[in-house]
Design a protein around this ligand. Structure first.
Ligand code: SAM
Length: 289
């Protein structure tokens, strides 16, 4: 197919021709706005030397543009009902490989090895909103697979991802994003940029993946502390950790906080990443882990 799907008219024709109705259970909202895709591609700095991992190509709207910009595109799609339409819309895109599987069950290290020759990839995706957080956490966990992660997410999720200490959206996701990357807001997209129109606004973020974390701490322990602190959001950190972390006593947490010159009844949303790291290390060394 020589035309681009970024024209609403062409997208409607293709959906009609293949009898496709967007499936809600897979979070399908197809992009029809060229400028949003162009800005995502520009922010991710894709060139012919890059392998791009796209999550959820849908009917191939972004994939067509990624194929022109990148050396290779590997697209992971769960909905096998899109096989026929993608064969049509991507027939001219020889550098695209589609893996018909669930991204949450995909071995990302194997994709890097088998499709990117062991080199880091760049992610570009309009994510299915019903599983945004699990996908982001899975990508960040395998951060050595990626140079950057450029994703369209629901605007509220973008605000949580970019939130700083004291913001009302600040939480475990904000801290994970900061630990692994430096986030940049690339573009906003209103509902009319999609067919069908979602009921929420969207934002494209580019996460520039860090080579090394910005704080020194045992990663597993740090995230156990962060999760416990935000699981019980309305409790003080001392109470939340005593409740959520086996072997941690409230008094130990209070003493650690006071030794950091912080109030013993402070709440999680007041602690920065470096303060969480310091607290985590104090508790870890105290418990002899
Ligand atoms: N990239 C297309 C676009 O921008 O027009 C479609 C984006 S749509 C918001 C999300 C896509 O992710 C759909 O194609 C959907 O089928 C796919 N998807 C949903 N859950 C998935 C999963 N667990 N693994 C892989 N793809 C998934």
């Amino acid at each position: 197919m020589s035309e681009l799907l970024t024209s609403p008219h062409v997208t409607m024709q293709v959906l009609d021709r293949f009898g496709i109705r967007a499936r809600k259970r897979y979070g399908q909202n197809f992009l029809i706005d060229a400028s949003v895709i162009d800005r995502a591609v520009l922010a991710s700095g894709i060139g012919k030397e890059d392998t791009v991992l796209e999550i959820g190509p849908g009917i191939g709207t972004m994939t067509q543009i990624l194929s022109l910009a990148a050396g290779k595109v590997v697209a992971v799609e769960i909905d096998e009902g899109l096989k026929e339409v993608l064969a049509y819309t991507l027939d001219a895109c020889e550098n695209v490989t589609i893996l018909w599987q669930d991204i949450l069950k995909t071995d990302l290290q194997a994709v890097k090895r088998d499709y990117a020759g062991g080199r880091k990839m760049k992610v570009v995706a309009n994510l299915p909103y019903y599983i945004t957080t699990p996908i982001l956490l899975a990508l960040l966990k395998e951060k050595d697979c990626f140079e950057s992660i450029t994703v369209m997410v629901q605007k509220e999720v973008a605000q949580r991802m970019c939130a700083c200490q004291d913001d009302k959206e600040y939480g475990a996701l904000s801290l994970a994003v900061r630990y692994y990357s430096e986030p940049e807001v690339v573009a906003n997209a209103a509902p009319h940029c999609f067919i069908p129109r979602p009921s929420v606004d969207s934002t494209v973020l580019c996460l520039h993946v860090r080579e090394n974390p910005p704080v020194e701490a045992d990663e597993q322990h740090l995230f156990a502390v962060i999760r416990a602190a935000f699981n019980q959001r309305r409790k003080t950190v001392a109470n939340a950790l005593a409740h959520g972390m086996p072997g941690v006593a409230r008094q130990d947490v209070e003493e650690a906080l006071v030794s950091m010159e912080l109030p013993s009844d402070i709440r999680g949303e007041k602690l920065s990443l470096s303060q969480f790291a310091a607290l985590s290390e104090k508790l870890r060394t105290r418990s002899g882990e």
